[in-house]
Every structure is written in C-alpha cells, then in structure tokens.
Design a protein around this ligand. Sequence first.
Ligand code: FEC
Length: 293
Amino acid sequence: MKSAVVLMAYGSPERLADVPAYYADIRGGRPITPENLADLVERYRRLGIEDSSPLNAITEQMRAALEDELGLPVFTGMKHWTPRIADAAEAALASGADEIAGLVLAPHYSALSIAVYREQLERALAGRAELRFVESWHEEPGFVELLADRVRGTDAHVVFTAHSLPARIIEQGDPYKDQLLETARLVAEAAGLSDWTFSFQSESPTGEPWLGPDILDHLEALRGQGVERVLVCPVGFVSDHLEIRWDLDVEAQEKAAGLGMQLERVEMPNADPSLVRTLAGIVRRALSVPSPA
Ligand code: FEC
C-alpha cells in the first residue's frame, strides 16, 4: 500500500481582513454579533496578526519535520481556514496514496472537536483510500514526558489548562474532560509534582454554560488559598496561537497581576523535535509502518 498523512490543525487567519470569514466558518452559519466580531478583530490586531500568524507557520514547520522523520508525504488541512482538510485529502490522493493516516494537532477527543475533523476528512476522501484516523493521543508517553520536562522542579503551583467546551458534553458521555484530567495526572506524576490543579480556558460567549472552572476565576480562588506563584501548563494545545498568546499571556497575566500573583507559562511544544518523533511514532502505529531500526 502507498501511504500518506493528513496533518490537521484548527487554522488561523493570515491577516485582519480574513477575520470575519474565519469567524463565520467557526460559527458555521449561526449568527455573529457585531460586538463579538469587533472584539475578535481587536484581539488579532493586538497580537500583530498582519506580520505573523503563529499557528499556521508552526503547523507548516511540524508538517515538514514530520515528512522528514517519516519519509512519507504529509499534507496540512485546517478545520477553519486554508488549506482546508478537503484540500489536504485531495493532495494525499493525488500523491497516489491508498492508505491515509489522519492526525490532529490536538491530543484529546471530543465529539465537538476531533469528531468534526474526522467528519471533514471522511467526507473529502469519500472512500477513495483507507483512512487510519487517530482519535486521541492524550496518554502518549513522549507527549507526557515533554510536558513533564517543562514543569519538573518548579516550586510554583502548576495549573494545567485546556480549551473549554459547552458543559452539555458531559451528559452526552463525552470523554474530553476525563482525558484532559488523565493527561494532567500523568504529567504531574512523571514530574513528581504534588501542588497542581486543572482549569479550563478560552470559553466562548455562546449563551450556554461551558466547562469550568475558567482560569480567571480559578486564579482568584487560588489567591484566596494563599497561592502567590503559578506556572500555567496548557495540555490541550500544542502550538502558540491566539488562545495562548491572548487568553493566557494577556488576559490571565493581567488577572494575576491584579491579584498580586506571579504567573508564568511553559513554552509550547510547537515543532519541538521530541514532539515530531512522538507524532511520527503514532502515525507509524496507525499505518502499521515499521519503526526505523
Ligand atoms: O490562533 C488562532 O488564530 C486560532 C486559535 C484557536 C485554537 C482553538 C482551539 C480550539 N477551539 C475549540 C473549541 C471552540 C468552540 C468554539 C470556539 C471558538 C473559537 C473562536 C476563535 C477560536 N475558537 Fe476554538 N480555537 C481557536 C480560536 N472554539 C477565534 C471564535 C471567537 C471566540 O469565541 O473567541 C465556539 C464556537 C461557537 O461559537 O459555537 C466550541 C477547541 C479547541 C482545541 C482543539 C483544537 O485545536 O482543535 C476544543 C487553537
């Protein structure tokens, strides 16, 4: 069989003028208030999106590194921007592949997250190749060890974080929250940490309850318990992007400063060679390709 990989990420606008279309894609036809759009444009403007778009650039670095490591063609597909997942699927088929590994640059499964990537890829392939889709990699030892290296030895209170989702997923039996807590537990165990908690971040104003506690409320609660120094370790994302650079580095940082707390954040894995090797191992297992000697 001839194999290829479709590497998927959330996608990010390349310039301010793209933000309305990008937001419309995320909303999937549901209404957008002018205030929410203006607020989003302002966040991207303050991040300097016109000069650089970190998520898209990091995803391309990871794509190229993974291709080198695997010796297989790897194509990038974005859930909410270009190149689309459907474009990546066509490119993979055009390379002659009849077996395609689908890997998302997000480790935890949810029906509201990874399942949507899968649907887009399945629809695009339309049965024209065997799909080996990776549903989650939240317990992958190489990933756990990479994060453990980032928090080991700290004497700050560690707060692990991930993107929140609407709370209704819990009644629907979604594994997202359990998988996140499991990653946090494994990282803490590997790093020998005892002083840690977990909180969500980046809730959207959609008018329904989202999973909590939100990091901003959580910082307040920690301060009330006497915590003065916090090290934030995102586990639900791997790259620098808006939710890191804005929600943590600006909003959470301002909140901590207002509470008289010191807040630091671990460096994101991005295209770190150890993450490249870990993801390559996951793809090889999905495709039953032997590991290099
Ligand atoms: O850097 C960038 O330009 C993109 C950063 C970005 C990442 C990301 C990851 C996740 N999201 C997840 C779920 C939701 C749900 C909604 C939602 C809305 C937004 C908006 C922006 C945005 N997300 Fe995102 N997300 C990123 C960016 N996300 C911008 C819209 C404005 C806002 O609310 O702030 C709500 C949709 C709705 O309105 O109904 C749900 C999840 C992840 C982590 C997994 C993954 O990466 O796929 C889950 C990165």
